[in-house]
Design a protein around this ligand. Structure first.
Ligand SMILES: Cc1cc2nc3c(=O)[nH]c(=O)nc-3n(C[C@H](O)[C@H](O)[C@H](O)COP(=O)(O)OP(=O)(O)OC[C@H]3O[C@@H](n4cnc5c(N)ncnc54)[C@H](O)[C@@H]3O)c2cc1C
Length: 557
């Protein structure tokens, strides 16, 4: 008999979104937080630049809203943008109260003493930061706070496999192994999740009155990414399989400059370097950005990423160079301590030589549809953070708006759960996971080969520059891989690699389907077949799964 757990709230994910929600909920509620690895591992930990919020007296909510709408290339939901921007200052104050030490500067008296930087797309200085390691400061603080909460049980090294819907018995659950997926007479409602305990190898049952997906983005679907290994889109895939709609999955943000080094897995070199004068060069030393845009290295991220991609493909190079060595060494060490130290560890001295860089998948703008109260389509289920599509980012995310979105929707979800908690039903029982009919996997190589194949063809065919033909090629390969993975999933004992691959294929399919539907170039989606923007297509790309059922009145109100 495998373990079964019961809580008021199950939060899947322990980044800025999941932990801020857990801390915002009242201590009367019992909470479980699942994390795929150690609690701190996730995109939040690696965020460098900062968090945007209107704090300077010369800045305004209107200006932040306008900048966000401009960056989103016509596809933002203005209601959501206003909701998030208006909550910016309070979110920063809350983090400060929790103990986050942001960089301060006495000359910024108007900005409550915080030092503010300015990033691409922002018309004012409005990015609060903790030197060049903001995410670490946030995650460290939230982790410290959550470990002191008696009402919160933390489950590290637990990988959620699938959501449990009261109206549908999972095909791998004990009661239905012979009949496949079956339904019960209960109403559709999310009552928990099955989760693989990677330390014991058992799949455990987590039951809860409310379930929250805070699993982050899906950039691991690409060969090159700034994201850590956990970013495999698990929550997006789980909610999609459970019948929730997704939107705007074609909009993947590629960061122009990740360090290219065999040991520097996913190490990002912040945009602020270009802001401070760093130049992009070809391996022979030629500066190329002025050929692409009059703003040269300061052009928006998507333009710089496309230019680098173009030059790498044109000359057949594996990287380009980013050079800031003309600035004083003291300046570089003071402003970029983390990057400088990491590069030195890898034998690169950025005060004296250029850094090899490549563009890399960085941020998933689309996700599972979540409304202004953070509710997903299935009653009892919330989606927050990078896994969610709220309409904030539209066709392109503005720098430093994403951590803010995590904090605001963490708070919004907490308020909604508190409001409903009093009379929301207890979860019904669910059958435990059945591993009696599966075998140990015989050929691990199938999984590792498919992982590599998927990430490479997504990079080559569904990357920075797309075409109809490349998307069709990718779709054919996805269909084949999906078939193989489904067979593997039903025959063998599950492990994290298999579960992640199963989710990555699902997410890859959503990205390709969305990209095929958008027959124009807009924001982060660029296709050679339709290189212009077409205003008749100025709507989000909506994907509806077979299992989708419109929200029942009580959940939709
Ligand atoms: C290098 C880098 C720099 C960035 N810089 C900035 C910046 O300066 N400003 C900004 O606003 N944004 C930045 N971003 C984006 C921002 O960091 C993320 O969008 C944000 O941190 C996402 O937070 P999250 O809580 O949604 O997810 P994450 O922080 O990614 O957390 C996801 C959590 O879900 C868990 N999880 C995933 N799948 C499962 C599963 N199946 N079962 C159990 N647990 C699971 C993971 O273990 C993890 O705990 C940056 C991102 C990167 C990668």
């Amino acid at each position: 008999m495998t373990a079964s757990h019961r809580h008021d709230v199950l939060i899947i994910g322990s980044g800025a979104a999941g932990l801020s929600l857990a801390l915002r909920l009242s201590t009367k509620l019992s909470i479980a937080v699942l994390s795929k690895r150690e609690l701190r591992e996730g995109n939040t930990l690696y965020a460098q630049g900062g968090i945007s919020a209107v704090l300077d007296a010369g800045d305004s909510v209107e200006s932040h809203v306008r900048d966000t709408l401009n960056a989103g290339a016509g596809l933002c939901d203005e209601t959501t943008v206003r909701q998030v921007v208006a909550h910016g200052p309070d979110s920063i104050r809350w983090l400060f109260q929790e103990g986050v030490e942001f960089t301060r500067d006495a000359q910024y008296k108007d900005a409550e003493g915080y030092h503010l930087t300015r990033e691409g797309g922002h018309s004012h200085r409005r990015v609060v930061h903790a030197a060049d390691a903001t995410g670490r400061a946030v995650e460290d603080t939230l982790e410290e706070q959550i470990r002191n909460r008696a009402n919160v049980d933390l489950f590290e090294h637990h990988t959620a496999v699938d959501l449990i819907d009261a109206a549908r018995i999972h095909p791998r659950a004990a009661a239905s192994v012979s009949s496949g997926t079956s339904t019960s007479s209960a109403d559709a409602r999310c009552i928990g999740a099955y989760s693989l305990n990677s330390l014991s190898g058992e799949v455990e049952t987590f039951l809860a009155r409310f379930v929250v997906i805070a699993t982050g983005g899906a950039s691991k679907v690409y060969l090159y990414t700034s994201n850590p290994d956990v970013a495999t889109g698990d929550g997006i895939a789980m909610a999609w399989r459970a019948g929730c709609r997704a939107a705007n999955m074609e909009f993947i943000q590629f960061h122009p400059t990740c360090l290219y080094h065999p040991q520097a897995k996913s190490f990002l070199v912040t945009e602020a370097l270009r802001g401070e004068g760093a130049r992009l060069l070809l391996p022979d030393g030629e500066r190329f950005m002025p050929r692409f845009d009059q703003r040269a290295e300061l052009a928006p991220r998507d333009i710089v990423a496309r230019a680098i991609d173009h030059e790498m493909k044109r000359i057949g190079s594996k990287y380009v160079l980013l050079d800031i060595s003309h600035r004083k060494p003291e300046f570089i060490r003071e402003h970029f301590p983390t990057i400088h130290a990491r590069c030195l560890e890898l034998g690169l001295d950025m005060t004296r030589e250029p850094l090899p860089v490549v563009p890399a998948a960085h941020y998933t703008c689309g996700g599972i549809i979540s409304d202004t109260r953070a509710r997903a389509d299935l009653p009892g289920l919330y989606v927050i953070g990078e896994a969610a599509y709220t309409g904030l980012h539209g066709a392109n995310r503005m720098a430093s708006n994403s951590l803010l979105e995590c904090l605001v929707f963490g708070e919004v979800a907490a308020q909604d759960i508190e409001r409903l908690a009093e009379d929301w039903p207890e979860p019904t029982d669910a059958p435990s996971w059945d591993a009696s009919r599966v075998r140990e996997p015989d050929e691990e190589v199938v999984i590792s080969h498919n992982w590599e194949e998927l990430r490479r063809f997504m990079w080559d065919y569904v990357g920075i520059v797309r075409t109809n033909k490349r998307l069709m090629r990718a779709k054919r390969r996805i269909d084949l891989l999906r078939q193989e993975i489904i067979e593997h999933y039903s025959d063998f004992r599950v492990d994290t690699d298999l579960l992640e691959l199963r989710n990555l294929v699902e997410v890859a399919d959503l990205i390709v389907q969305s990209a095929q539907r958008r027959r124009e170039s807009r924001g982060l989606h660029y296709t050679l077949d339709f290189p212009q923007r077409d205003e008749s297509q100025r709507t989000p790309t909506l994907l509806i799964p077979d299992r989708y059922r419109p929200r029942p009145p009580r959940w939709a109100d």
